[in-house]
Design a protein around this ligand. Sequence first.
Ligand code: ADP
Length: 577
Amino acid sequence: MTDAVTQDTGVEGAEEPAALTDGIHLVVDALKLNGVETIYGVVGIPITDLARLAQASGIRYIGFRHESDAGHAAAAAGFLTQKPGICLTVSAPGFLNGLVALANATTNCFPMVQISGSSERHLVDLQRGDYEEMDQLAAAKPFAKAAFRVHRAEDIGRGIARAIRTAISGRPGGVYLDIPAAVLGEIIDADRGAASLWRLVDPAPRQLPQPEAVDRAIDLLSGAERPLVVLGKGAAYARADEPIREFIETTGIPYVPMSMAKGLLPDDHPQSAATARSLALRKADVVMLVGARLNWLLGHGDAPQWSPNAKFVQVDIAANEMDSNQPIAAPLVGDVGSVMEALVERSKPGRINAPAQWREELAARSAQNVTKMAGRLKAAETAHPMKFLGALQAIRDVLKDNPRAYVVNEGANALDLARNTIGMSVPRHRLDSGTWGVMGIGMGYAIATAVETGDPVVAIEGDSAFGFSGMEIEAVCRYNLPIVTVVLNNSGVYRGDDPSSTADPAPTALKARHDLMIQAFGGKGYQATTPAEVATVLREALAAGVPALIDCVIDPADGTESGNIAHLNPKGITAKH
Ligand code: ADP
């Protein structure tokens, strides 16, 4: 509805003044028309009034302290809702801060739109030195799925339609939409403005696979001696939980979930090969990737992590993902839901049966690995100072009793150890550092998760990772969100006992009482030094449903440099760890 601006002609006896609208109203109207319910942003010139009007018009506006966090929130909202999350930023520096999140969303295949105000084109393009001058469209292009700029108020509806459609269709990603201040302030006839907006029809159409492609995959899988399914976050995003479960259970194929696909089937499912992952990857002869890429997280599909003779089936909406690392013997291009339904249908009755011997081999290795791990877990239960695994077992036990709670997780050791210690039983309840292994997503993801779902969130953070978005605990408190942030605080990046060669602290050293930080904003702060304390205060905080932070004091000597990916860290001749 556009009604705020009317023109007084000032002429006595003249006709009714023409109803007018402006760019700001048109942006809000276009977003509402397309079902946008929440905007994540940081206000400032030239978008403050846009945020005010959005809020007054019934869109929820969540204000952040830093644009990266607002952007990460929008990305997480996109992952959780299958609708592009909207991030609103100011020109130049604010835009650039948000761009980190837009690039991260694109890499993770999360749908999101960053709408940024920008400075005046006639000044920017001649580089005359405007306030926050920058050619934002050019800057955004390499980092986004697509980037658009609107030059006339009458094109706002078109720009928003194009941005939403592009973000959500095919492989989802981040789209940049540049709206210069002059366009936001441009006044046009209200009827013309209203007629320029439209609502998208079927923004993310299903993409069905070819029947012969489905049969090719079934033939390959049915002849396999050691088949394996790898579930990725594309499968989680697709919300195809039922056909995925049916396919896996009726074929008996063991599966390995990537971290954000944990919970698609409960982690204690008998066909989960997560605890025999290395063996499963190394010996599988036919591997079906479902919404998962053969990128660094899967060793690019190379030996020795994989069998050099392994054949790959890949289910992906992006045709050009096929063959990006290994030959794909059976490409299944389509949306995960449609492909899995077709596989279930066309593999009946019993065309695929995973050999029992293979399942037994993996189960035996799982049992061995679980026994080995049990010793480490047991030792950590009583260790003092507290170890990562001591705190994480306490968190695991509390989460078991709170299955509705979402988990956000980032860090190095905090990520690796939490991923393996904390089982998930519900789909899409784990959000983490993702494809880039990025730090800084924590509070943004947690805030969006609480806002979009209304459910409690436990953010398990390394102390270093938390620092990137820690100021957002103010936003958590301001909006009174049910987020419990658990900081695994070993006083350092990786670990806290690195010696320094000067009077300054070591490059990896950190020092903070994070529980005191949240108290400054009115939240509940706890310090915990034993697993029992962690469990008690986490239970209390979850039951209260209010913003809380638990600073877990972890042994500074506990932690490995770079966690599980130390091999990616070049070592000089003086390196100690
Ligand atoms: P993970 O890190 O969990 O292994 P990736 O992010 O590497 O997962 O892979 C996700 C893949 O899922 C991407 O290649 C993306 O194109 C694909 N994808 C995303 N949404 C869908 C969908 N609805 N249907 C099919 N594939 C999808």
